[in-house]
Design a protein around this ligand. Structure first.
Ligand code: ATP
Ligand code: MG
Length: 563
């Protein structure tokens, strides 16, 4: 698969439907040809890979069309929102490689304006204060074919509505006792048009406005107007907002304010994981994972800790494209993008996960030497390093078989293999314990094969990795698997719960033996343990005891789809 992301978009693929809309708008000089998007998270959780898709799309469109992209927090619900989430969202967007300049906005910045919009609708006879409870409103909603029952408060006078709305704002009424509702169409087949609630009473402390407000706008009354206030030209959102669009358009029309164009695309879903913020929060608070940045989580902070790079996530967002229908993307594609990036930048080291000792009988007693190893064959600038070698080394248990099947090219009695960067060795015998398990493998080496090069043109079939026993560093390896056993953990039968499908083996902690160079490993450093997998240094790492997260195995199960 070729990687040609540096080329302009039009040269590498056809335009997706949002780009087509934007180009058409630019041709027609709509909004003076301006392109202004935004990424509008609600600060009620950490961002996940689905949000990353939206971030790449919104910031990417702005970049490609010389426009701007705002970061706007849609913080209309103080009961679920926190500064911690605001901070993590900013960190994640920046880490992904995007910059909102000085355009960091909050829906709460517009509370005064939104309140005035409520007053304006009341004055136009388009909104009223309703004393029904939430339950009563819901019971009166009707069905798609049966119109809603009118609220007994629907025909209050403008004066009474203004008075009550003012007093709602002043805090005269308890939570839930009254709402401000739009006066639209009780028979509309679109339930969102049946006099939706615009404001609710909630005596709650807001992370930005403190106790200034005890009425808060509903998301639907804030989102579209916030876009309008910011002059957003293309308001890109996910499909579930398609049915809200007539309502948003109604607000804009009645309020006579700037009209952003809402365009919906399909949410990103990825197999073997869940993406709902409610579920992710439950996994964290319920202790099913170790926090939002647990490397098994699909959160951006989790992926970062696991060892993902921003480039890998951006490549993934680009490859999944922009769809109009809901679909599920295979996790294998995400990992494929990850490998492409890690292959380019990871330092190669040797580490043995399941060690068995090899004694090289003819190696000079007590001798050690340093052999040159290539840091990254994909990147000559990464240079070389010296790796210590001695007469006792560790290799992987699975790289030796006493009675090998045909086509087993690794070490077995009588066969010769290459120790990567070191020597050709031939197995001459084994020592076993009382259970018959191999404890020590005896080999001889060919001194003329130093560097792992054939001295006389003779070939060996296998090359295996190793670490010198006396120089090996013990490191912790955290091996991850899918968090869920099922591809579609959201799709459960009645009586089941997505948590029933948590994978009990999603984390295994083991100790491995690594070459001494890993003592320099810094948190988030990227390594390829040769023949084993890609690993990233966990922030828990200690100078004398490195901790590695296995980011992904080497074997790509995605390429088989495409080749
Ligand atoms: P909720 O609204 O249930 O709290 P959300 O996932 O929609 O959750 P938001 O903070 O509202 O969270 O999302 C911010 C932006 O990211 C929105 O524009 C939303 O459409 C987009 N987004 C959220 N999830 C996905 C996803 N899985 N794929 C693509 N875009 C997404
Ligand atoms: Mg949302």
């Amino acid at each position: 698969m070729t990687d040609n992301r540096e080329e302009p978009i039009e040269e590498r693929r056809s335009l997706h439907f949002i780009e087509q809309i934007i180009e058409e708008d630019i041709r027609n000089n709509k909004n003076d040809g301006r392109v202004h998007t935004r990424f509008p998270p609600e600060p009620n959780g950490y961002l996940h890979i689905g949000h990353a898709k939206s971030i790449c799309l919104n910031f990417g469109l702005a970049k490609n069309y010389n426009g701007k992209c705002n970061l706007r927090f849609d913080d209309t619900n103080p009961s679920k929102e926190e500064q911690e989430y605001v901070d993590s969202i900013k960190q994640d967007v920046r880490w992904l490689g995007f910059d909102w300049g000085d355009r960091e906005f909050y829906a709460s910045d517009y509370f005064e304006t939104l309140y005035e919009y409520g007053v304006k609708l009341i004055r136009k006879g388009k909104a009223y204060v309703c004393d029904l409870s939430a339950g009563e409103i819901s019971n009166n909603r009707g069905t798609p074919v049966v119109p809603a029952t009118p609220s007994p408060y629907r025909n209050r006078s403008v004066e009474e509505n203004l008075d009550l709305f003012t007093r709602m704002k002043q805090g005269e009424f308890p939570d839930g006792s009254r709402t401000l509702r739009a006066r639209i169409d009780l028979a509309s087949p679109n339930m969102h048009m049946r006099d939706p609630v615009l404001y609710r009473i909630m005596h709650a402390h807001h992370h930005r406005t403190g106790d200034n407000w005890c009425i808060y706008p509903m998301y639907d009354f804030a989102h579209g107007q916030s876009d309008s206030i910011e002059g957003i030209t293309h308001s890109v959102c996910t499909l579930e907002f398609e049915v809200h669009r007539p309502l948003y358009d109604w607000f804009i029309r009645e309020l006579e304010i700037f009209t952003p164009q809402q365009i919906e695309f399909a949410r990103l879903n990825v197999s073997y994981t869940v993406m709902s913020k409610r579920k992710l929060l439950e996994l964290v608070t319920g202790g099913f994972v170790n926090g939002w940045d647990d490397p098994r989580m699909p959160t951006i902070s989790g992926l970062r800790r696991r060892g993902y790079t921003p480039e890998a996530i951006r490549l993934f967002a680009d490859k999944v494209g922009v769809a109009k229908r809901d679909n599920v993307i295979e996790f294998a594609l995400l990992e494929h993008c990850l490998r492409e990036e890690l292959n380019k930048r990871s330092l190669r080291v040797m580490a043995v996960m399941n060690p068995v000792k090899v004694v090289i009988d003819n190696y000079p007693e007590g001798h050690t030497e340093e052999l040159t190893a290539i840091n990254n064959p994909e990147d000559p600038a990464a240079g070389t390093r010296l790796v210590p070698f001695s007469g006792e080394i560790f290799i992987e248990k699975e790289d030796f078989m006493e009675n090998p099947p045909r086509k087993y090219f690794r070490l077995s009695p009588g066969t010769e293999v290459r120790l990567r960067y070191a020597y050709f060795v031939t197995c001459v015998g084994v020592e076993k314990d009382e259970n018959g398990e191999v404890k020590v493998i005896h080999c001889t080496y060919d001194p003329a094969s130093q560097g792992g090069n054939s001295p006389d043109g003779r070939k060996v079939q296998g090359t295996i990795h190793w670490v010198s026993a006396q120089h090996a560093i013990k490191a912790e390896a955290r091996l991850y698997d899918h968090l869920f056993l099922r591809e579609d953990p959201d799709n459960v039968e009645e009586g089941q719960d997505y948590k029933d499908f948590l994978n009990p083996d999603s984390l295994k902690i083991t100790e491995c033996m690594a070459e001494p160079g890993v003592l320099n490993a810094k948190p988030f450093g990227k390594y390829q343990f040769e023949r084993v997998g890609y690993f990233s240094v966990d922030p828990d790492t200690k100078p004398q005891k490195p901790v590695f997260n296995r980011t992904v195995s080497l074997k790509d199960s995605w390429t088989k789809h495409t080749r």
